[in-house]
Design a protein around this ligand. Structure first.
Ligand SMILES: *[C@@H]1O[C@H](CO)[C@@H](O)[C@H](O)[C@H]1NC(C)=O
Ligand SMILES: [Ca+2]
Ligand SMILES: [Ca+2]
Ligand SMILES: [Ca+2]
Length: 149
């Protein structure tokens, strides 16, 4: 299952033009369970790689920015800004293509203790921080909320 597809299905029923990923640790846990396809409580490089394959629309073994963001635009346009920010993080060499070396780097980023394995704890900690850092791109817009006396 692809990473973002997992994100889409864990979102509560298509909140109109608004996406709330809170609580982040629960959203991250749902993501983890979807990526950990052999359900051994650890995420390997191979599982990361596999989670991106669904975006590779032209099956050339790489995920272009266009492929990734088009997928999001088609399925959850509210996540358009978040999709570009996530792509920027994944695409370490900024060539607008995701290859194995990009996934290796991303796996290392999440592997807090450098053991070569990404545990549930490491994954949730990483994504909770990421969702918090990118909150301005996905949190519901509260500016128009009027509090009546
Ligand atoms: C998520 O975080 C909240 C608040 O910090 C905590 O109470 C809850 O136990 C956490 N849940 C999981 C599954 O980690
Ligand atoms: Ca696994
Ligand atoms: Ca491709
Ligand atoms: Ca790249």
């Amino acid at each position: 299952m692809s990473l973002l597809y997992a994100l889409l299905i864990v979102l509560p029923a298509m909140a109109l033009a608004q996406v709330d990923l809170k609580p982040y640790n629960l959203t991250a846990t749902a993501l983890f369970l979807n990526i950990d396809t052999n359900q051994n409580g650890e995420i390997t490089l191979q599982e990361i790689d596999a989670s991106f394959r669904g975006y590779d629309a032209n099956h050339n073994g790489r995920v272009s920015r266009q492929e990734y963001t088009s997928y999001v635009d088609a399925h959850q346009p509210e996540l358009h800004p978040l999709s570009h920010a996530l792509y920027d993080i994944y695409d370490v060499d900024s060539d607008d293509q995701l290859d194995l070396h990009d996934f290796e780097n991303f796996h290392k980023l999440m592997d807090g203790d450098g053991s070569g394995i990404v545990s549930h704890f490491e994954f949730v900690r990483y994504w909770s921080i990421l969702f918090t850092d990118l909150e301005h791109l996905h949190a519901p817009n509260k500016k128009n909320v009027v509090v009546h006396p």
